[in-house]
Ligand binder design. Structure first.
Ligand SMILES: [Zn+2]
Length: 150
């Protein structure tokens, strides 16, 4: 049963394969590389970034025996997928995207402020308009969008 080691390529500390913590959270191992496929082997090692009461908030890097980690720590649930950000249409700041490649959720403070000052509607440099209606912020090519009965 030959399977490839999927964790052989070194990862950055912000993007570890796994995170293990002691139950009290005082120790943390971020697994950046697994040297072997079979972690149950006697001297199986992981290359880790380790945070502990002795590292004063920073990480120390080095090989750790898998057995040692498993005896003391619990594997943490993987982070939920991170939200995506994009620039607001005027390029001021990052705004949250709803879903991958989805619509922008407008929280650009500069655009919002501009809208308040310009009677709840502004035209962005690319010709797109933003406006407020019923407390909600809309964005689009307004002349092409029907707004109901108004
Ligand atoms: Zn903006």
């Amino acid at each position: 049963m030959e399977t490839k080691n999927q964790c052989l390529k070194m990862r950055e500390v912000e993007e570890p394969y796994e995170v293990w913590q002691t139950p009290d959270g005082s120790w943390e191992w971020r697994v950046l590389k697994k040297w072997q496929l079979d972690d149950d082997k006697e001297y199986a090692r992981w290359f880790c970034a380790v945070k502990s009461p002795f590292t004063f908030g920073s990480f120390e890097y080095g090989d750790v025996y898998v057995k040692e980690i498993k005896a003391n720590a619990v594997k943490q649930e993987a982070d939920p997928p991170r939200p995506e950000y994009d620039r607001c249409n005027a390029g001021h700041s990052l705004v949250l995207m709803e879903g991958s490649g989805g619509k922008k959720i407008w929280d650009c403070p500069i655009c919002k402020k501009g809208m308040e000052e310009e009677e709840n509607e502004i035209t962005l440099p690319n010709g797109m308009k933003m406006w407020k209606k019923n407390g909600e912020t809309f964005c689009g090519w307004k002349d092409k969008i029907k707004e109901g009965n108004n």
